[in-house]
Design a protein around this ligand. Structure first.
Ligand SMILES: Cc1cc2nc3c(=O)[nH]c(=O)nc-3n(C[C@H](O)[C@H](O)[C@H](O)COP(=O)(O)OP(=O)(O)OC[C@H]3O[C@@H](n4cnc5c(N)ncnc54)[C@H](O)[C@@H]3O)c2cc1C
Length: 383
């Protein structure tokens, strides 16, 4: 623990809305340097979700990636208020002026407020047998698969994964591996509206994924838009010809990505900007924020953790606990995809440096382990 005396005579009051990667990274950093601060975390979930491990719930219980806030609150000494907070820019201006949030049953005064509410799953047409990101975060997929695997009925069954972004790809490989392990008569389709696999990644990564999909017997259907599901009928429409088709689906995973409900613009210290006005008491971090200047604004856990730390340091600077801190300058150091147990692909350090196979898988596990360590109170994030 470090930190000089606060210029405040009263206890520093900090409120954080959203306990994901950015919110917790800020909270832990604040707690390390301001041991006496009163910290309140508001989040509608009773647990912090390790969402970068969500694809692993194909083979392991969801509970294992849910860290109860009660446990974290004991470790880092904060109060968890379990409820969602709705706000818009007007509301932020009022909060900044009043330095107080009014919740249903209590008012929460603050010196500094951090907003880190992340993103929401892109609107999707859900139906029975269709699991979107929200459902997958609340219901254990491994249990649903157990039920499906034990059900008798027609011979071959089909699982369709819609959206061939990083999440859809990771889920498809986990599914293929789990189904192969259980000797089930299943087929996995990976369906995407685009013409190119992983268009924002170096081409070599897309090629490696494609090769592995073929080897695992996962069918990649491109240029196909999801149009809904009725009973076991999955409706698709070709992106160019408009031709409609129907596939059988015993289970559909709808992984269409996430976007922020309200993207908050911030300066390079993480302070929220509303039009020309800088909100002195309100900071933001993570996927719901867009920082000015040179730091990365990618929607990744790595950027969210670094933004959380940068915002925390800038809050401590304002509170007089730190006398110096750098603006947010995080550059992305890599992106790794897991392709089932013991395989992966991605880039490290530079986009020209592609790694694949077991080394990529192990590098991804190492980055997850670094975050686990951080949650246990050991901060090894140097930059
Ligand atoms: C399936 C999946 C896999 C991913 N894999 C990777 C990966 O391998 N590597 C990588 O770098 N990135 C990955 N990402 C992206 C990464 O998870 C995000 O960039 C990261 O979670 C962003 O952190 P955050 O704190 O901004 O938001 P989140 O982690 O989403 O946390 C937001 C928190 O805010 C809470 N909240 C939401 N609304 C409200 C509200 N109104 N009031 C109060 N609280 C609210 C939520 O309950 C949640 O706890 C993945 C994302 C997904 C969906």
């Amino acid at each position: 623990m470090s930190g000089r005396h606060s210029k405040h005579h009263n206890t520093l009051k900090l409120v954080i809305i959203g306990g994901g990667y950015a919110g917790l990274s800020a909270l832990i950093s604040l707690r390390h340097r301001a041991p006496d601060a009163e910290i309140t975390l508001i989040d509608p979930r009773p647990y912090h979700l390790l969402i970068t491990r969500l694809h692993e719930t194909v083979r392991r219980p969801l509970k294992e990636i849910q860290i109860p806030f009660t446990k974290l609150a004991r470790r880092f000494n904060f109060i968890h208020v379990q409820q969602p907070v709705r706000f818009d820019e007007e509301q932020l201006l009022t909060w900044n002026l009043q330095k107080c949030i009014q919740l249903d049953e209590q008012s929460l005064p603050f010196d500094y407020l951090l907003i880190s509410v992340g993103t929401q799953p892109n609107s999707s047409i859900t139906a029975d047998g269709v699991y979107d990101l929200d459902t997958l975060s609340r219901h254990c997929l491994a249990t649903e698969l157990d039920k499906l695997l034990s059900a008798t009925g027609q011979s071959e069954k089909t699982i369709n994964v819609i959206g061939a972004g990083p999440s859809g790809i990771q889920f498809s490989f986990e599914l293929a591996s789990r189904l192969a392990g259980s000797h089930a008569d299943y087929h996995v389709n990976l369906i995407d509206g685009g013409d190119r696999l992983l268009p924002l990644f170096p081409a070599a990564i897309g090629r490696y994924v494609k090769k592995r999909l073929d080897q695992k017997g996962i069918t990649l259907l491109q240029s196909q838009f999801y149009r809904g599901q009725l009973d076991r009928e999955l409706h698709l429409e070709h992106a160019h010809s408009g031709e409609k088709s129907i596939l059988t689906s015993d289970l559909t995973l709808l992984l269409l990505g996430k976007t922020p409900r309200l993207l908050l613009h911030a300066n390079s210290s993480g302070q929220v900007l509303v039009g020309e006005k800088r909100l002195n008491h309100i900071f933001t971090a993570g996927d719901c924020s867009y920082y000015d200047k040179m730091g990365s604004n990618l929607l990744t856990s790595q950027a969210a953790i670094r933004k959380g730390k940068a915002a925390a340091n800038n809050i401590l600077l304002k509170a007089g606990i730190l006398f110096f801190c750098l603006p947010y300058m995080h550059r992305d150091l890599g992106y790794l995809l897991s392709l089932g147990p013991e395989d992966g692909v991605g880039w490290l350090v530079s986009k020209n440096n592609i790694i694949s196979g077991l080394p990529a898988y192990l590098a991804k596990q190492a980055s997850e382990a670094q975050y686990d360590l951080f949650l246990s109170g050991i901060d090894s994030y140097l930059i």
